[in-house]
Design a protein around this ligand. Sequence first.
Ligand code: SF4
Length: 296
Amino acid sequence: MEIAVAKHAGFCPGVKRAIRMAESELEKAPEAVCTLGPIIHNPHVVNELQERGIRILPDDKATLLKSHITGTHIVIRSHGISPDLQQLLMERGAHLVDATCPTVKKAQRAAIRLVKEGYNLFIVGNAEHPEVKAILGHIDGEAVVISEPHELKNWWSNQTRKVRKVGLIAQTTVDLFMFRNLVDELITEVPEFVSEVLEVKVINTLCRNTLARQSEAFQLALSSDFVLVLGGRNSSNTEFLRKICEITGTRTLKIETADELDLAFLEGVQRVAILGGASTPNTIVEEVRQKIVGSG
Ligand code: SF4
């Protein structure tokens, strides 16, 4: 069986940077380093960091406020946090280490700019994702988060005032098809869009590394007869990779570790592609590859 490992499997630059910053903070203050929620969506990496002393604080504000945070060194993960939470943590005596990915910061700045310029802002993405919540926190919630075309129509049908300026950005890790489809649907499926709107500004906030990963996933899925997508169950960029591969019709399986791989799935497979999400370490990719090599 031929095995094709994606060139873009393994940590993305934003995740590498966040982990590097957490590790360097551990050297300075071994007893005091915390993250708000798991630093990345990969339980194995998170467990390792916990064993080395990193503590995980709750990432919801209400529970967080009940925790002891004075004197802690809090590493802000790559998704970022809202300015009011940042302020609050500093007031409570925490030392903040900002590992927000520079690409996510660009999305935050794009949102701030569009709202300041009076655009009705739409964010394509998942409203529950920490990155989207943080972006909303930078603009006092002044945006509509959409992930399905019908949400656009519903929102428009509830408007009492005419909408003149529309701004669009995306959660950095959504898939390109979803972003393009929603922009297309806005124009073709919402009748008010053509009759009311005078100005549209789309800012491409998609992460370049994610786009490269998605495009490679699509190509590899087309040229293979089985795809293994490796990543944390709660990692949204990994889930998008799975969906992209499934669109091609190639059998696709998402797993977190080599232990979860049942080799019976690969019976009769000629070429298997191995992909990894942005928070999947290369060690897991290699373990899965070795397991397949060892079986043949
Ligand atoms: S996926 Fe992209 S935006 Fe997200 S942390 Fe990695 S490099 Fe940054």
